[in-house]
Design a binder for this molecule. Structure first.
Ligand SMILES: N[C@@H](CCC(=O)N[C@@H](CS)C(=O)NCC(=O)O)C(=O)O
Length: 224
């Protein structure tokens, strides 16, 4: 057994063929629900929400000692980090009919480039800074300068990315929907609460992505 699989299988129950998603109600949790739904996979939902007593449940702590949602159990594999989970599901379960990650090295390079941009530049260094200091100042403190610069940074990044979003085709990687569209829309949804004025290319893209039947199902799964 390799080091990685030994580590992964040591967390949580020793399941063989069950698929369980822990976490609902956030822009990170919807990513996992949406990927599973687009791929047509059945799964069980453990509807726990951040910063609630359910996060201290021993069963959840065994799955994710970092106390963060989402977490996925897929058979013997237990993993966290929503972008990694989406990409894992895409790698493992894409078919010729539904493919959430491209096959060619060149197209995969674009996938990983978008993944990094969305999760680092849009999410971690912009939106999550706003989340912490605008919505949760009781935990993370007030930080008006950080708020202002995070807001300006998000606007600069999304404006600079807008021509690339429009150039790809219907979706970020062309005319095939993929895991990075899930990540991007989850950030655009997250951004709505902070009243950004988005470039028209981004608004048009958002309309295309949210028109997918899978998105409506993911919203329901994420808000049980
Ligand atoms: N990088 C992680 C972030 C996960 C994360 O921060 N989840 C939040 C909800 S969106 C959470 O569980 N917060 C609880 C806490 O920080 O105590 C991912 O993308 O999955």
């Amino acid at each position: 057994m390799s080091w990685t699989s030994a580590r992964l299988s040591s967390r949580g129950d020793d399941m063989t063929d069950q698929r369980v998603v822990w976490g609902v109600g956030t822009s990170r949790t919807i990513r996992v629900h949406w990927a599973l739904i687009e791929l047509g996979l059945n799964y069980e939902i453990k509807p726990i929400r951040p910063r609630t007593p359910a996060m201290d449940d021993a069963a959840f702590l065994a799955v994710n000692p970092r106390k963060k949602v989402p977490a996925l159990q897929d058979g013997k594999l237990t993993m966290t980090e929503s972008p990694a989970i989406v990409t894992y599901l895409a790698e493992r379960y894409s078919t010729d009919t539904v493919r959430l990650i491209p096959k060619s090295i060149e197209d995969r390079a674009r996938y990983f480039e978008w993944q990094s941009f969305i999760t680092m530049e849009l999410d971690a260094t912009s939106l999550y800074v706003l989340r912490r200091h605008v919505d949760l100042p009781g935990i993370y403190g007030e930080a008006p300068v950080a708020e202002e610069t995070a807001r300006a940074y998000f606007e600069r990044m999304i404006t600079a990315a807008a021509p690339d979003v429009a150039a790809g085709g219907q979706y970020l990687l062309g005319d095939t929907f993929s895991g990075v569209d899930i990540l991007m829309q989850s950030c655009l949804f997250f951004a709505e609460r902070y009243n950004f004025e988005l470039p028209s290319e981004i608004n048009d893209y958002r309309e295309r992505v949210t028109a997918r039947p899978g998105y409506a199902k993911a919203l329901s799964a994420n808000n049980p």
